[in-house]
Design a binder for this molecule. Structure first.
Ligand code: PEP
Ligand code: MN
Length: 264
């Protein structure tokens, strides 16, 4: 398999602007769950940029469980994200849900995220395999390691070698957390693949009190980066209002994990 260590011994480094993801230094991918307005993204990005966060996340096409929930601003959201990212010299990480969104997204996006619910959307994976853009592939809600690696293989086998894997928690019987963070996925994927591995602490735990401990554990066990959601006013957020950090909580989170952020 193209993902395997047998195929490629050395780590794949995915370059996004000037960031080299997978080079040994952990990277942070942060921002709101969904893009809601220019003002909202700008407020978050200013604080993130000040701490040296280089990758700005935000959903414009949102995969919501209910069709009646906020579905995202679509292309307008991508334009907002891209504008704010440029103002702060950050890169845009955002989810694309279907093949027909790829073309309009490409000029505005630096990393295309494949959401958990789309991990096995094989036609999407095949298309993303044929473009020259980094792909952040999230583990499916109930995907095994094998299925996760094979989803990555789809993208790689169609020619795109810039794949970042993201552990984001899986479905188990446990209800104390939103999903169960499978921390052992990190060393398993690091051993069995050469791809960068990041951990989304927001969607895996779904609990603000667990974000810093989960991030520290992820970094200690070898993750190449952490994804987490930050919103200027989480209580009134249009999605994931319970689990997004506000700006003060982000600052606290950042100082707690800071000792884990330098390796080289
Ligand atoms: C997200 O990161 O915005 C998201 C929807 O996450 P997931 O696909 O892991 O549920
Ligand atoms: Mn979210």
């Amino acid at each position: 398999f193209l993902y395997s260590r047998e195929h490629q011994k050395e780590d794949t480094i995915v370059t996004v602007n000037h960031e080299r993801i997978g080079n040994g230094d952990p990277h942070l991918i942060m921002g709101p769950c969904a893009v809601e307005s220019y003002q909202q993204v700008r407020e978050v990005a200013a604080v993130l940029a000040q701490k040296g966060v280089k990758l700005l996340r935000g959903g414009a096409f949102k995969p919501r469980t209910s069709p009646y929930d906020f579905q995202g601003l679509g292309l307008e959201g991508l334009e907002i994200l891209s504008r704010v990212a440029r103002e702060h010299n950050m890169a845009v990480v955002t989810e694309i849900m279907s093949v027909d969104q790829i073309e309009e997204a490409i000029p505005l996006v630096d990393v295309i995220q494949v959401g958990s619910r789309n991990m096995q959307n094989f036609s999407l994976l095949k298309e993303l395999g044929q473009i020259d853009k980094p792909i952040l592939l999230k583990r499916g809600l109930s995907a095994t390691m094998e299925e996760f690696k094979l989803a990555a293989e789809y993208i790689l086998s169609y020619g795109n070698k810039k794949v970042i894997l993201c552990e984001r928690g899986i479905r188990t019987y446990e209800t104390a957390t939103r999903n169960t963070l499978d921390i052992s996925a990190v060393p398993i994927l690091k051993q069995e693949t050469h791809l960068p591995v990041i951990v989304d602490v927001t969607h895996s735990t779904g609990r603000k009190d667990l974000l810093a401990p989960a991030a520290k554990a992820a970094l200690a066990i070898g993750a190449d980066g952490i994804m987490a959601e930050v919103h200027p006013d989480p209580v009134n957020a249009l999605s994931d209002s319970k689990q997004q950090m506000n700006l003060d909580e982000f600052e606290e989170f950042y100082s707690e994990i800071q000792p884990f952020l330098k390796r080289n």
